[in-house]
Design a protein around this ligand. Structure first.
Ligand code: CMP
Length: 140
């Protein structure tokens, strides 16, 4: 039976440093199946729409600028309990607080350049997956 889905983005900091392959390997070794994946470069407008929920936050401008600064790799992942298990795999938003061995502890620079995004709910996973991928780009 199919599990739940979550949306991740390997962010521009991790892609530019060559961590994409290692991060994908760690995700797959943790039991997540890749249902959609691509390399792309978000425009400022697209990054602004994706993170619109943070529009009132003081870091919104910085976040949008960073997310549109270079290529990123969005992916839809499937696994039982995908949202919570993936957030555990990536660790706390701030890598200084992320548990040892988590993706952010291993590869993130700081709270802004934090290597990966992970959806925070099943509902947002669905919305975010549809933001990046159309039906012809997803398997299963
Ligand atoms: P992400 O999981 O992609 O969701 C929202 C992002 O906002 C978060 O990861 C961080 O990259 C970013 N963010 C959260 N707090 C801060 C902060 N204090 N300064 C800069 N960026 C932040």
């Amino acid at each position: 039976m199919a599990g739940n889905r979550t949306l991740t983005i390997i962010k521009p900091d991790a892609v530019s440093k060559g961590f994409t392959g290692k991060i994908i390997a760690q995700i797959m070794e943790a039991g997540f199946a890749v249902k959609a994946m691509k390399l792309m470069h978000l425009t400022e407008k697209e990054a602004g729409i994706f993170y619109e929920v943070h529009k009132e936050r003081p870091f919104y401008g910085e976040l949008v600028e960073f997310m549109s600064s270079g290529p990123c790799v969005p992916m839809i992942l499937e696994k039982d309990n995908a949202v919570a298990d993936f957030r555990k795999l990536i660790g706390a938003t701030n890598p200084a607080e992320a548990e040892e061995g988590t993706i952010r502890a291993l590869y993130a620079e700081n709270v802004g350049k934090n290597a990966v995004h992970g959806s925070d709910s099943d509902e947002n996973a669905h919305i975010e997956g549809n933001f990046f991928f159309n039906i012809t780009e997803m398997v299963g």
